[in-house]
Design a protein around this ligand. Structure first.
Ligand SMILES: [Cu+2]
Length: 419
């Protein structure tokens, strides 16, 4: 019986240890990105429409200051299932604190606290970053909505070279002191952790050995707790209470006298004005949209009118940070935009000619690329709310860009009709 038991334990233990030992050995596939594709497509397409994202300084040295900047439009087609953006925060999605965020501004307003933003409006952000940890990092702009969670924007790679040991972050306080905030107070923090751990061990240890747990449990069950405490225990408890209160008070007073001028953490609300609405001579409506499952293409019928004075040419459809362009739109692409998020010949139309002033046209437009699958946007077909939203970009003859938010329900089709 005993031998059998021993053997069982040995097997269980061996399997556990083997699993632990082999996990790091077998799991050698490099981790690309960090799971942003698993975020639901309705969140990525119908909440924040990111555009003009720029990863300035794709390669930086430790201590170098660089920027992540861009714009976003809050979709009119905001899903019913997602809490409205009444409290939002602009953040950076990165694998740990590889950069230090020096500042973030939305439409020029400092965004160190959160605040409301308006659906249907546009915002421009600039986040200033200081390189902290060396490596090859995937960096996203990220929009956090209270009760809905963080919504990741497009990811781009940023490299940091050098050694972490060289990282410094000296700051000058309002009272004129200068110190390195990266190391400031580290020793004090460690000291207090060790101190309270020692106090906790002493407290638990004292009662643990007077008497041990099992004996104590039996006495407790049989006779109640009164006889478990002798007069020395009570004196010890009282002494500990006084000791802890004295340490906390003295510690507080000492810190207060060393740093008499402090500013509490700011917990207010930002009031960010959205970008002014640019007059847009083009009106666009999606009258029909379908997703061709085997063809990996979103097909839309656009009803567009040019109310302006210049011919307009459609060049790009963008959603979830992915950009579908035609030959014309490709010439307008920022060459630094991550190539894995661009379908450079992914946009085709049955009418390529410019829309003339005063003209109303119905255009069949197709955004076709394997990126629908790779980026797992096709998962909308499994949603109870099958819709898409994105931005349609067109240009006037003089080169001005017009942005039209578009959205519509999507009908899945499994065969090419009439083909
Ligand atoms: Cu990523």
């Amino acid at each position: 019986m005993n031998a059998k038991h021993l053997f069982k334990h040995f097997v269980i233990g061996f399997c556990g240890v083997a699993t632990l030992a082999l996990t790091p050995v077998l799991d050698t596939t490099p981790a690309f990105a960090h799971g942003e594709r698993s975020q639901e497509p309705f969140l990525r397409m119908r909440t924040v429409n990111w555009y003009d994202t720029q990863w300035v300084g794709k390669s930086t040295q430790i201590n170098d200051v660089t920027e992540l900047r861009g714009k976003f439009h809050l979709s009119e087609d905001w899903p019913r299932a997602v809490v409205k953006p009444t409290r939002t925060f602009l953040n950076i999605g990165s694998p740990s604190s590889v950069f230090l965020r020096l500042s973030s501004k939305v439409n020029g307003t400092p965004m160190f606290v959160s605040g409301p933003m308006e659906i249907g409006r546009d915002y421009e952000y600039v986040v200033t970053l200081k390189a902290r940890l060396p490596g090859h990092h995937h960096i996203h702009p990220m929009f956090a909505v209270k009760d809905a969670g963080p919504i990741a924007g497009p990811g781009g790679w940023m490299d940091i070279t050098g050694k972490y040991e060289d990282f410094t972050h000296p700051i000058k306080t309002l009272t004129g002191e200068t110190f390195d905030i990266e190391t400031m107070g580290t020793a004090t923090g460690i000291m207090w952790h060790l101190f309270w751990a020692a106090v906790a061990i002493l407290w638990v240890g004292w009662y643990m050995i007077r008497p041990m747990y099992l004996v104590r449990a039996r006495v407790l069950a049989a006779y109640g707790d009164e006889i478990l405490l002798d007069p020395i225990d009570r004196k010890f408890a009282a002494a500990m209470l006084v000791f802890v209160l004295v340490v906390v008070t003295v510690g507080y007073l000492a810190a207060d006298s060393r740093h008499p001028v402090t500013v509490p953490l700011q917990a207010g609300e930002t009031k960010v004005k959205p970008l002014p609405i640019k007059p847009n001579p083009m009106t666009v409506e999606v009258t029909h949209a379908e997703y061709d499952v085997p063809g990996r293409a979103l097909r839309m019928t656009l009803h567009a009118t040019n109310n302006g004075t210049e011919p307009l040419t459609i060049g790009e459809f963008t959603t979830a940070g992915i950009r579908f362009t035609n030959a014309f739109g490709a010439t307008k692409l920022d060459p630094n935009y991550p190539a894995e998020l661009v379908a450079a010949a992914g946009l085709t139309m049955d009418k390529d000619a410019a829309i003339l002033p005063g003209q109303t046209v119905d255009i069949n437009i197709e955004s076709k690329d394997v990126l629908w699958e790779v980026q797992r946007l096709v998962d909308i077909l499994h949603d109870p709310d099958q819709r898409f939203a994105g931005l349609l970009m067109s240009w006037t003859e003089s080169g001005e860009r017009l942005i039209n938010p578009i959205w519509a329900p999507v009908l899945p089709v499994f065969t090419r009709l009439g083909a």
